[in-house]
Design a protein around this ligand. Structure first.
Ligand SMILES: *[C@@H]1O[C@H](CO)[C@@H](O)[C@H](O)[C@H]1NC(C)=O
Ligand SMILES: *[C@@H]1O[C@H](CO)[C@@H](O)[C@H](O)[C@H]1NC(C)=O
Length: 388
């Protein structure tokens, strides 16, 4: 357990940030995690038990906190441009997450008085939008927001020493919000669970073995992706039902809910990321979890996935010496329900939450802006950090 508590973790971080060293980048997510855990364990006797629980999952970034933690006044957050040029209604953070005092706006006229400005990387990197004008108002923070993997994040080098905070799926971002996460049903002692999290259920005896074996929904088919060569090999051994732009159409509207409904008929789901990077675990995995299909994952390492999920909650392609071995394992599980059950029984202890783009991100940012008020933060080495 790290010695740093929640409150002390922030201050030295700011100093280091403004200084030359950025080595701390790699471990910041863990600092958050350990900070939460050591705080809890200080007041709890079941230390080892908690240690196990704390290391199993990352903290709920949108957990409701006691009102005292939200003190510090009003925050005006300017959404510099609509991500991907699409209009979305702005959320009420107080109503949704109990985060009060947030004024969110798309109005450029708020720029001179905004406490912070959110910039979506993709849009400024492709030239669709320009950065806000310099000089920036005193003490204003610019937030770099990005949900693409490094492989699909162009021209990072243009943005060295421009931003003050990072907002991404990376656990060591200043504002960390993954594509999805689990929340233990029992809940912690100091937080109220996000009420939008969806409880998971273990499969009943009669629903344990599902009629269909394995599905894959794929929109961007590229022969250069590792996932496509994996698929070519896998289909030699087992039936894979392919949906999406490159296969059968997904019944329904093709987004979120209808994917979950479709995958709900399958035993296993291929949650294959388009590229393999630290913490880059997308909705593909969380849709499968919601659907009660066991995800077969290709992405970062097993160890990385285990920061988000119990080890038995997924099957990692690296668990097997060959694709054939993996295929055999899937077929075997269907013949041995007791072993299949091990991949599903963990569900009863958790709820799952998939943050909605981009309202949840704005609310998380608002909270972070308040927390870091009066502090100077500069994001140095954006490229080097993000490409680790
Ligand atoms: C699809 O994949 C290719 C190859 O990696 C990439 O260049 C392209 O940007 C991707 N398209 C989308 C819409 O993600
Ligand atoms: C934000 O970053 C800019 C550019 O590096 C820096 O000049 C400014 O002092 C930072 N502001 C705050 C409030 O952290």
């Amino acid at each position: 357990m790290g010695a740093a508590g929640r409150s002390t973790a922030a201050a030295p971080r700011a100093d280091r940030r403004a200084g030359t060293s950025r080595q701390r980048r790699g471990g910041a997510g863990l600092v958050v995690l350990k900070g939460t855990c050591s705080y809890v364990s200080a007041v709890t006797v079941g230390f080892l038990l908690l240690l196990g629980v704390c290391l199993l999952y990352l903290p709920d970034p949108l957990a409701l906190r006691p009102p005292a933690a939200e003190d510090g006044g009003e925050v005006t957050l300017l959404i510099w441009r609509r991500p991907f040029g699409r209009h979305r209604a702005l959320p009420d953070c107080l109503e949704r997450f109990g985060i009060g005092g947030c004024t969110l706006t798309y109005e450029g006229s708020a720029y001179p008085r905004a406490d912070a400005v959110i910039v979506h990387h993709r849009d400024v990197a492709t030239g669709a939008d320009a950065l806000p004008p310099e000089p920036r108002p005193f003490a204003q923070k610019w937030i770099w927001m990005n949900y693409e993997s490094p492989t699909h994040t162009p021209r990072l080098w243009q943005f060295e020493d421009v931003f003050n905070l990072t907002l991404s799926y990376r656990a060591d971002s200043d504002i960390f919000l993954p594509y999805g996460y689990l929340v233990p049903r029992k809940g912690g002692t100091d937080v109220v669970q996000n009420r939008f999290a969806q409880p998971l259920r273990a499969a009943s005896r009669s629903r344990l073995v599902r009629p269909r074996l394995l599905a894959w929904v794929i929109s961007n088919w590229s022969e250069s992706h590792a996932r496509v060569s994996f698929y070519h090999q896998l289909r030699r051994y087992v039936q894979v039902d392919v949906f999406g732009r490159s296969g059968h159409p997904v019944p329904g509207d093709g987004v979120g809910g209808s994917v979950v409904r479709l995958v709900g008929r399958y035993q296993f789901y291929l949650a294959l990321e388009n590229s393999q990077h630290t913490d880059y675990i997308t909705e593909k995995l969380w849709n499968a979890v919601r659907a009660g299909a066991v995800p077969v994952v290709l992405g970062p390492s097993r160890q990385n996935y285990e920061r988000f999920l119990p080890p038995e909650a997924f099957i990692h392609v690296d668990d097997f010496a060959s694709v054939r071995g993996l295929a055999r394992y899937l077929l075997m599980l269907r013949r041995e329900p007791a072993r299949l059950r091990k991949h599903l029984d963990w569900r009863e202890a958790y709820s799952v939450y998939q943050p909605s783009f981009w309202s949840d991100h704005y609310c998380a940012a608002c909270r972070a802006v308040r927390r870091t008020r009066g502090r100077t933060d500069v994001v140095k080495d954006l490229t080097r950090w993000f490409h680790v």
